[in-house]
Design a protein around this ligand. Structure first.
Ligand SMILES: Cc1cc2nc3c(=O)[nH]c(=O)nc-3n(C[C@H](O)[C@H](O)[C@H](O)COP(=O)(O)O)c2cc1C
Length: 348
């Protein structure tokens, strides 16, 4: 039996470690240990409609859950007694260096989530030595992203718009600014049914209604940023306002085809990633081939045939939320994975 004693005040005093509470952005971020912790902070500080636009997906949001689950289901079988004092996370992604096996994926309307938007993202990517991707629907211009990340790698994500000349102009500007890779998004000929946005009455630009004003009350800093910084708008296209679906309907060309891919291929001097490949059926003579039905993204320099020689995508871009998932994608010989809001990417 354990012998009991009266607590010794000296011991109690030694155990007491009263620390001054820390407040502010840095302290908050220091406490966030995972992407999910960051998500919790975002949920507390961002108006519901803006948070749901960022966090939500189409219909029942099943495919995103499944993608995440697929990574969580992977079990590691670590090797043992192998010296590991020199861990080097640097790698090559799409023909260029990256300090870690992931980059920042494109997100449209980025400054809605955080007022510094792409400038913060590109600057952070540059400082960390990973690539940054600017969306066609970005809120910062190509040139300003270059200025924020002058020596790092910048990638540009292309939507082919109804007004093709606008798209081609963006491709040329991105090339002129030294962006080295183009992500040609092919999975949005029409808008997905994003139900959270519909339920929230989300619009671009955000509208002030009784509901949004009530929601704003506990989130004053977001509104302070929103109202005291340059107007939140697309840097590369004009919007007539409306829901995300309206915008995509007005702007995107629903007739994009392999011919567009050929045109863009000719126009772009660097690497092209086909972003949003989700199905097995890919035309045999396409100038690229995805590796697997699962591949959400395939690099253009993949071998054309056989299309399904490998089960793992060369470039995974969905559901990666943890370093563990990045390692899993890596171990499964994915060449890279990309991360947007809460996301990551990985390698060979
Ligand atoms: C808020 C938001 C905006 C996005 N905007 C774009 C976009 O403009 N163009 C694009 O190709 N992909 C866009 N995506 C998709 C991401 O680039 C990325 O492929 C996807 O979010 C990866 O999945 P993950 O969120 O599970 O990491 C967006 C994603 C989110 C969450």
């Amino acid at each position: 039996m354990v012998k009991r004693q009266f607590p010794n005040p000296k011991d109690v005093f030694e155990y007491l470690q009263l620390k001054r509470p820390e407040f502010g952005k840095e302290a908050r971020l220091k406490r966030a240990l995972t992407i999910y912790d960051l998500r919790d902070i975002a949920k507390r500080r961002t108006p519901k409609a803006a948070f749901d636009y960022t966090d939500g997906a189409a219909e029942g949001e099943l495919s995103i859950l499944r993608a995440r689950q697929a990574f969580e289901d992977i079990e590691f079988h670590p090797d043992i007694l192998r010296p590991a004092e020199d861990v080097d996370t640097s790698t090559e992604i799409l023909g260029g260096p990256s300090s870690m096996p992931f980059g920042i994926a494109p997100t449209g309307f980025t400054r809605l989530m955080q007022t510094e938007g792409e400038v913060a993202g590109a600057g952070a990517a540059g400082a960390a030595g990973i690539p940054f991707t600017l969306s066609t629907l970005g809120t910062t211009s190509i040139e300003d992203v270059k200025a924020a990340n002058p020596n790092g790698r910048n990638w540009f994500q292309l939507y082919v718009l109804r007004d093709r000349e606008v798209s081609y102009g963006l491709v040329k500007r991105a090339a002129a600014a030294g962006f080295d890779t183009l992500h040609f998004t092919v999975d949005t000929p029409v808008a997905g049914n994003r139900m959270r946005d519909t339920r929230n009455g989300f619009s671009i630009p955000p509208a002030l209604s009784v509901k949004t004003i009530l929601d704003a009350l506990p989130r004053p800093w977001w509104w302070f940023d929103f109202l005291t910084t340059p107007k939140l708008e697309f840097a590369s296209l004009s919007s007539t306002g409306g829901t995300v679906g309206d915008l995509i309907g007005q702007a995107m060309d629903p007739t994009i085809s392999y011919d567009d891919l050929a045109t863009i291929r000719e126009m772009w001097p660097g690497k092209i990633v086909i972003k949003g490949v989700q199905a097995a059926a890919v035309r045999g003579d396409a100038p690229f081939a995805p590796f697997a039905p699962l591949a959400p993204v395939a690099p253009d320099d993949a071998p054309v045939a056989p299309a399904f020689a490998r089960v793992v995508p060369d470039f995974a871009a969905r559901g990666v939320r943890t370093g563990r998932a990045a390692v899993a994608a890596s171990a499964a010989s994915a060449c890279a994975a990309a991360t947007g809001t809460r996301r990551v990417s990985c390698v060979t």
